[in-house]
Design a protein around this ligand. Structure first.
Ligand SMILES: [Zn+2]
Ligand SMILES: [Zn+2]
Length: 368
């Protein structure tokens, strides 16, 4: 056991169970462990997600240690950056070409207006303008517009709470075991309420079957239009069509977007079982989640905040006004008690988007 951390470093999977008051101690131990050559890189990912502020005192050290480099989480510790760290990153951005891309991505990760301004001003200079730069901006939930930065995500960040017994409890097949991840218990606050599942009184433009309700907001959080019913066609989405668009007027909904050719679905689907749900404000620990890190254990059914992408960020353009649509909600794969397992392809996530100006929604899913 000589290569095990000897400094009390928790295993990454149990970080979720560490109380808030002990997270700084875990962060200090994780960085000390890294310096001593212990395998604590996963813990840095977990802390970057759940408590980035605990890494703030260690950012200079983490720059040198570069844990998780060259993976997509390498720059996540800079989510905990402060103004002084932004100054350091700004200097690094222009100091050495070999460091400029990393400093630029760290500036984006700060999610601070000043960090973003410096990063966006560097596009076309030390960072080439183009698809790469735009994709990196989208990953932190923004896009470049003439005259500034436009946010593609809105607050509050909430979790969807299904009634006990509706979903098969996570971890039944192993994983973190008998205790479900704390993200399934977002707390007692209520941001909204709605109905999941069932059919709506409108038909799919592709297969002609009834559209399927994903979530009807009877009580909407501040960043969701009142009365909105988020729908899709479970038979056609992701198979016949990558993205389906819908026009909304109050609680009514109909297909929208480009004219679609009628097609018989390859995998005809029934509506998902109906259930009431609550929309709970997310606790700070679960405002940002990562699909791979969640390992099938966390509650990834979310409304508002930042999407949990499985692939690259994919914000569709509104088919009416062509502006990028904002993220509205996501539904993880669903293992419903008594069936069905609804997997969005294979262990995928469904994402829904909204154009405020046109009252249009879009749905698409990603999987591995
Ligand atoms: Zn259809
Ligand atoms: Zn629009």
């Amino acid at each position: 056991m000589t290569d095990e951390p000897s400094n009390g470093t928790a295993l990454p999977a149990s970080l979720a169970l560490v109380p808030d008051g002990s997270l700084q101690e875990v962060a200090d131990a994780a960085v000390a462990g890294l310096r001593a050559g212990h395998p604590a890189a996963d813990l840095i990912v977990g802390l970057s997600l759940q408590a980035p502020h605990t890494l703030r005192p260690h950012l200079e050290r983490l720059w040198d240690l570069a844990p998780n480099s060259p993976t997509y989480s390498a720059c996540w510790p800079w989510r905990g950056a402060d103004d002084n760290e932004i100054d350091r990153l700004a200097a690094r951005l222009h100091a050495a070409p070999a460091e400029s891309d990393r400093a630029w991505r760290c500036l984006l990760e700060t999610r601070m207006a000043r960090g973003w301004s410096i990063a966006v001003a560097a596009i076309g200079g030390v960072v080439p303008a183009g698809d790469y730069a735009d994709a990196c901006l989208n990953l932190v939930g923004i896009e470049r517009r003439a005259g500034g930065i436009r946010r593609l995500v809105t607050e509050p960040t909430c979790h969807i709470e299904f009634p006990q017994g509706f979903l098969v409890p996570p971890g039944r097949g192993g994983g973190r075991g008998a205790m479900p991840d704390p993200s399934w218990y977002p707390g007692s606050g209520v941001a909204g309420a709605g109905r999941f599942g069932g059919e709506v009184d409108a038909r799919c433009a592709v297969c002609g079957g009834p559209l399927h309700r994903l979530l009807a907001f009877d009580q909407a959080p501040a960043n969701v239009p009142g009365g909105l019913q988020v729908v899709t066609c479970l038979s056609c989405l992701g198979w016949s069509q990558q993205v389906l668009y819908f026009a909304h007027h109050g609680t009514s909904v109909r297909p929208a977007g480009p004219a679609l050719t009628r097609q018989r679905p390859e995998f005809p689907a029934e509506a998902l079982p109906e259930t009431p749900v609550r929309i709970r404000p997310s606790s700070p620990r679960w405002r940002r989640q990562d699909w791979a890190y969640s390992n099938g254990e966390e509650n990834l059914h979310r409304v508002g905040g930042e999407p949990t992408w499985i692939q690259s960020a994919e914000f569709p353009a509104c088919p009416a006004c062509h502006r990028t649509m904002r993220f509205l909600l996501q539904l993880d794969s669903l293992e419903i008690e008594g069936g069905p397992w609804w997997l969005w392809g294979s262990g995928g996530i469904l994402y829904s988007f909204w154009c405020d100006g046109c009252s249009l929604s879009a749905t698409l899913w990603q999987c591995t």
